[in-house]
Ligand binder design. Structure first.
Ligand SMILES: Cc1cc2nc3c(=O)[nH]c(=O)nc-3n(C[C@H](O)[C@H](O)[C@H](O)COP(=O)(O)OP(=O)(O)OC[C@H]3O[C@@H](n4cnc5c(N)ncnc54)[C@H](O)[C@@H]3O)c2cc1C
Length: 491
């Protein structure tokens, strides 16, 4: 038996970076709104947004090669990279606002400057990195990027990777100082603490079990783990920021816009070291090229991580497969997500993505020796005793209807009800780095009546709102300098 406990303006389901960012924005725009956050775990921000569950790359398309595909003629398309970088500038502005307003007092608790590097092996790899650099450096967003195929320069930039290589190595490397490492767990927790201080109630150990439409919003059914008691809350607006748990809740909402979607889970493993000698010799996030069939976001990379003020190196993720949708999920997550409306989508994806399935199964079966072998492509001499394996967060890639079948998406997708009373976020990449622009778009879509009244406040939070920085170099320079100064990172 459940009973209706209260009526609120906003329910945010999940306490990751997405709910935390939306909660913080809505608190700035409408401080009098009553906001509830429900989190099924006993702690906030411990799924994908936790720093050891994701790679912490501030995705600005500076180093990730999947955003810059090469055509058959070798030319490189940077359209996606420009879009991602523009979005990261929006995040930088939002985070700078938080620091300027004293909401976050020390930016190094969540963001630190770490150069971003792309690495192509052999002649083919070098030529691609060179062509990519040539295409990117023409755009004002990437004007500071450097390229080198000189082994001495590689050793200077990346001693751990290149110092002890023998002669005759052919590699292409591009590098920019503008990169960052971001602790999205710390950021989420600071945002939630802030909105909690402004009146939002954050309830951990509370599982949202159902969503039903009402005359003026949604009835949200919640189960409290400690008491096993269930109750309902009426909300005018609901955001399903449940990460891997979002698809099930979207399906429960029954909104027409959510029909046909499915989820494809990809698990991951990282390797980590805090050996001071290794950490001191590598200050960068180095992304390489994908193997055939590899999901683009699972290309292993060797990263400096800064967590709680301490530096580590992390390598991975090694992708794999489990049917769970959350790290703390259930093996029934995937089978229970199959419904009449998404079966064709899922079968279509399975049929067209044999390479991906083969890759994931291969990665799962790969021995520890093979995993060290992948690391040896970056560091010539690996001592296994220096490294430990840790389980990464779970990604759930979006499968959506296309024609009579389905297509697998690697991006992030917001699905909202036509009346704007509910929105859900599916997908993973570029994910946390772009939470701010994603939530700004969501606000525009879901709150059309309030939006014009909120616009000037939004422009004080994100001065470039509605403008493209690569089309206005003066504004780009001005805002890059402001955000770099405020966040204590490179411009
Ligand atoms: C291996 C890996 C590497 C990644 N690397 C990067 C990276 O380098 N850079 C980057 O920007 N992004 C990266 N991402 C993506 C990024 O981590 C995610 O986009 C982001 O953390 C998602 O935030 P979220 O708030 O949507 O979900 P989460 O952080 O997963 O939060 C969802 C919350 O909802 C809760 N929940 C679920 N169901 C319910 C329910 N029914 N009731 C109540 N609560 C519920 C969960 O317990 C969880 O706390 C990576 C992800 C993975 C898995």
């Amino acid at each position: 038996m459940s009973y209706t406990k209260e009526s609120v303006d906003v329910v945010l389901i999940g306490s990751g970076i997405m709910s935390a960012t939306l909660g913080a924005l809505l608190t700035e725009l409408q401080p009098d709104w009553d906001i509830r956050v429900y989190e099924r775990l006993d702690y906030v921000s411990r799924e994908s947004s936790d720093p050891w569950n994701n790679a912490g790359t501030g995705h600005a398309a500076l180093c990730e090669l999947n955003y810059t595909p090469a055509g058959a003629d070798g030319s490189v398309d940077i359209t996606k990279a420009v879009n991602i970088n523009e979005q990261f500038h929006v995040s930088r502005q939002f985070w700078s606002y938080l620091v300027d307003e004293g909401i976050i007092t020390d930016p190094s608790t969540f963001i630190n400057q770490v150069p971003h590097v792309s690495y192509g092996r052999g002649e083919k790899g070098r030529d691609y990195i060179k062509a990519r650099h040539a295409a990117m450096v023409k755009n004002p967003l990437f004007k500071d990027m450097e390229f080198s195929d000189d082994p001495a320069k590689h050793a200077e930039w990346l001693p751990l990777m290149f110092e002890n290589r023998g002669p005759g190595q052919v590699n292409g490397v591009s590098r920019t100082e503008l990169g960052t490492d971001v602790d999205f767990g710390s950021l989420s927790r600071q945002l939630l603490t802030h909105i909690g201080g402004k009146g939002a109630q954050i309830r951990t150990g509370h599982d949202v079990t159902d969503l039903q439409r009402t005359a003026d919003g949604w009835k949200v059914s919640v189960k409290e783990a400690a008491s096993a008691e269930s109750f309902d809350v009426n909300a005018k607006f609901v955001f399903i920021g449940a990460g891997g748990g979002a698809l099930h809740l979207l399906q429960k909402s029954g909104i027409a816009e959510g029909k046909g979607y499915g989820g494809f889970p990809v698990s991951g493993l990282f390797m980590r070291t805090s050996n001071p000698e290794l950490v001191a010799k590598h200050k960068a996030k180095v992304y390489g090229q994908a193997a055939i069939g590899a999901p683009p976001m699972s290309v292993p990379h060797l990263d400096t991580r800064v967590i709680n003020g301490k530096q580590y190196l992390m390598f991975g993720p090694y992708a794999g497969f489990t049917p769970k949708f959350l790290k703390n999920g259930k093996f029934t997550d995937l089978p229970f997500s199959v419904k009449g409306d998404n079966l064709a989508t899922m079968l279509g994806v399975a049929k067209d993505n044999f390479d991906l399935v083969k890759y994931l199964v291969g990665e799962l079966a790969a021995s520890k020796k093979a995993k060290y072998g992948s690391l040896e492509e970056f560091i010539p001499e690996v001592n296994p005793a220096d490294w430990e394996f840790i389980t990464a967060g779970q990604r759930v890639q979006v499968m959506k209807k296309q024609g009579k079948g389905g297509v697998l998406g690697f991006g992030t997708e917001v699905i909202s009800a036509a009346d704007g009373s509910l929105a859900a976020l599916l997908g993973a990449s570029p994910g946390a780095s772009t939470a701010a622009p994603i939530m700004l778009n969501l606000i525009k879509t879901c709150f059309p009546q309030q939006y014009s009244g909120w616009e000037s406040k939004l422009k004080s939070i994100v001065p470039s709102l509605g403008r493209k920085l690569h089309e206005d170099e003066t504004l780009l320079d001005e805002l890059s300098e402001y955000t770099a100064r405020t966040l204590q990172i490179a411009r």
